[in-house]
Design a protein around this ligand. Structure first.
Ligand SMILES: Nc1nc2c(c(=O)[nH]1)N[C@H]1C(S)=C(S)[C@@H](COP(=O)(O)O)O[C@H]1N2
Ligand SMILES: [Mo]
Length: 441
């Protein structure tokens, strides 16, 4: 490897075993409490050696601080940590707000940064006037106020929500130069609290011949989707809280349907109606928008599950490397089929792979943060991640994926209806200056 820019030798770092090409180190360097990595980093002066001088007394150390706000906001120095808006002028049409994954860490998306898609603006719902009706093929139709719903037993779970159109630019034949936020920002993960849908269905007395239900929102877009009753009996919820506080308006206030692992579009926000039916209703959103086309001209009739997927958030475009040395490669993995079983990371465009550490606890249908230690020698590298889930599914390689699912000729045709459910590999190329670019490898 080349010498770090300050010219010092790095005996400790060199003693960490490389387990794959281009400087990927053994993940056990992390498992030993990080001591091996810490020792290795000293030669690289990521932190500068402290001298004997006292710490500077900055103004904030010398006078009383400000008052606590009733609702805390992030530091004013974090003003760049924002969602990007597809429709910033505030017109009431489809609006996409994307999560800045490259500026976050961990597994929970803060409520203010959870992605949002609203097809006809965010309604300003008075929770006291909102009602949820369950009717159709039931013994006893029911109507719930928010208060009434709040008296049922509740539970909390983590779950990611991903738009079927997330990563649509990755279908483009030429790699689109954009950030992880622009490419993969339509997925987020939160802790959701609410009432199991099976509890409400049991009370309503669902007719055994009812195999589907249709869920409808109170917004003017009246987004509605057919969902199998089996999902209701498995893990669906009517959620009222998001990371401990009431749902954000954009995420469905005052109540939404949560279908862990299923396509975002089905998880109806501003939920006002559930109708039990004996066959799918073939609504606009399921028969036109969300039945992805295949290269042969056939289309999926339904595509509910968001399949196993991962992408690297650090480093990623816009987060340039600052000189050779130690870096943690980290990213997000998730699967609509259950827990993440394994994530492999490559630094040489998929020729060789090293196993990443999965941050505990690894939870079903939720974000799993993976991390891998890496020694960048300053030369070109191509970083990739690939995930497996506990159901045995592997994230498909790009060649396999494109053969099965197709690609689009240009950027402008990306994001169209055939371009959904991209779950293949993302590759970040790093050049000699440490700049990061989206490539296909
Ligand atoms: N009522 C209603 N529900 C809706 C939508 C909507 O516009 N109205 N958008 C859907 C789409 S396309 C997605 S991807 C998810 C996004 O959930 P989020 O905005 O909470 O992230 O909500 C779905 N549920
Ligand atoms: Mo969506």
């Amino acid at each position: 490897m080349s010498m770090p820019s300050d010219g010092r030798s790095t005996p400790m770092l060199d003693s960490l075993p490389a387990v794959a090409g281009n400087g990927l180190l053994d993940r056990r360097a992390f498992l030993r409490g990080g001591a091996a990595v810490a020792a290795a980093m000293t030669g690289y002066s990521v932190a500068r050696t402290a001298s004997a001088e006292p710490l500077a007394e900055d103004p904030w150390s010398r006078s009383a601080g400000g008052i606590s706000a009733a609702t805390e906001r992030p530091s004013r120095f974090e003003g760049k940590v924002v969602r990007t808006l597809s429709n910033p002028n505030g017109e009431s049409r489809t609006l996409h707000a994307r999560t800045p994954h490259h500026l976050l860490n961990g597994t929970i998306t803060p409520n203010s940064l959870h992605f949002t898609i609203v097809h006809n603006g965010t309604p300003d719902i008075d929770p006291d006037r909102h009602r949820l009706v369950i009717h159709g093929m039931v013994k006893q139709p029911l109507v719930f106020t928010l208060d009434a719903l709040s008296r049922y037993p509740m539970e909390s779970r983590l779950a990611f929500i991903e738009c079927g159109g997330n990563s649509a630019p990755m279908f483009s034949r030429e790699p689109v130069q954009a950030s992880v936020q622009a490419l993969h920002g339509l997925v987020s993960c939160a802790e959701w609290t609410g009432v199991r849908l099976s509890t409400l269905f049991d009370e309503a007395g669902v007719d055994p011949k009812a195999k589907w239900f249709i869920a409808e929102g109170a917004d003017t877009a009246a987004v509605s989707r057919s969902v199998p009753v089996a999902k209701a009996m498995d893990d669906a919820m009517v959620v009222l809280y998001q990371n401990g506080e009431r749902l954000m308006p954009g995420n469905g206030y005052p109540m939404r349907l949560l279908l862990p692992g299923y396509e975002g579009n089905m998880q109806i926000k501003f939920l006002r109606r559930i109708k039990l039916i004996d066959q799918p209703a073939m609504t606009y959103y399921e028969s036109r928008n969300y039945s992805p086309l295949l290269p042969g001209g056939k289309a999926y009739q339904f595509y509910f599950v968001q399949e196993v997927k991962s992408f690297i958030t650090h480093p990623s475009p816009g987060l340039a490397l600052k000189g050779p040395g130690f870096y943690e490669i980290s990213g997000i993995a998730y699967s609509g089929n259950g827990r993440i079983a394994r994530v492999m990371v490559s630094a040489d465009g998929g020729r060789t792979w090293a196993q990443a550490v999965l941050q505990e606890p690894v939870q079903s249908k939720a974000f799993t943060r993976f991390r891998a230690p890496w020694r960048w020698d300053g030369g070109p590298a191509v970083l990739q991640s690939r995930a497996w889930d506990e159901a045995g599914n592997a994230q498909p390689l790009r060649a396999q994926f494109v053969a099965a699912r197709g690609e689009t000729k240009s950027l402008s045709s990306a994001g169209g209806f055939p371009n959904q459910h991209y779950n293949s590999i993302t590759s970040w190329a790093i050049d000699g200056r440490g700049e990061v670019r989206n490539v296909y490898a």
